[in-house]
Design a protein around this ligand. Sequence first.
Ligand code: SF4
Length: 443
Amino acid sequence: MNNKTFYLETFGCQMNVVDSERIIDLLAGIGYQQTDEPEQAGLVLLHTCAVRDKAVRKAYGHLGRFKPLKERNPELIIGMGGCIAQQEGKQLLEEFPYLDLVFGTHNVHRLPEMVQQVAEKHVRCEETDFLDRETRLQLFPSRTGQEAFTRFVTIMQGCDNFCSYCVVPYVRGREISRPSAEILAEIRELAEQGVREVTLIGQNVNSYGTKEEEISFPALLEQVNGIDGIDRIRFTTSHPKDLSDELIDCFGRLDKLCKHLHLPVQCGSDNILKTMNRGYSRERYLNIVSRLHQVCPDIRLSSDVIVGFPGETEEDFAETMSLLEKVRYTEIYSFIYSPRSGTTAADMTDEFTAEAKQKRFNRMLDTQQEISRQIWEADVGTVQEVLVEGESKKGAGQLFGRSTWNRIVNFSGPEELAGTWVSVKITKAFRNSLLGELVEPSM
Ligand code: SF4
């Protein structure tokens, strides 16, 4: 039987999401069609994340679920890619006899050939070598054939920062920036296809072009801002140490740049920021925040925070809590620290009990949830511009879009509004979204 359907599960960040879009295109090129049912598939792929222990455990759990499928159907091909695959390599084939192929973060383009090899020659294969700079430049993920009004555009990959807790530099390789001419050509083409909003992505977009003879990130933003048809621009992820004054000024002068910035702080204490090797102090971070508010008074920020980093005292934690109160993020993605093998922090003494970490984590969540609630409830009664992305997950004839602050707004309206701008009056705030009423099509 030659079952040319595939099931793909993606974990982790937008970089994996973009790579998964590429996988879908590459597999379509060899005749594979996607299915939502692993039981129906001839090929199942897990695209994994290694950033946190929880994500790793989840990926292994899902891999285990596929074992009975293989027992029922020995022809089934099972593959794993992404950051766990990069980190563990061949070892995975030894540990999981039912796994057929392992592809690393630099080897997505090799997937069609690997799949064909497994299918035709019944061999198991692994490719996790990092590519040289020139080859990587040729292989930046580009747009896919999928229809959407908002798109991610990869502008750089990899990271040179080596924050002491993070595996990314080890599993994604060093920083490399894509030529600006290529990025701009891609965005122009997306605009012609009807895309209205682009999010420029990379592990640290603020350092775009610093290793190449390229324009700076603010200059790139300015050029994207000039592309007809593109109405909104976002970018992520943004390292505070590389957020220049010139970049801050973009929020005041580029009309298409959304008034939202994800600016991971990780911790509010100088001691911990130092051992995390973050390259900025609490004061420098807060100065950036106040400069951002000077140039764009209604900008809103979100952040990442790690709780229970080795050596975190009650005073350090209090500094993080006071920073949350000061900055008033719309939301934070917070995690209890878990050591990642191969990182410097993995060797640090961690005397903190899991219970104590959980208590701090819960206190922080309570504080942040109250801040978020206040921010979103204050939006009730306001009218917000929303790019309609399509049918809402809520169903019942509802559509959804996002506000400039990256908040999902659900409202009732006809399907034909997809891809247009509308004004929505906010009537209710929920934890993860807003509900509103259509005022009128606005653009
Ligand atoms: S900046 Fe730090 S946290 Fe972000 S990817 Fe690089 S090493 Fe990891």
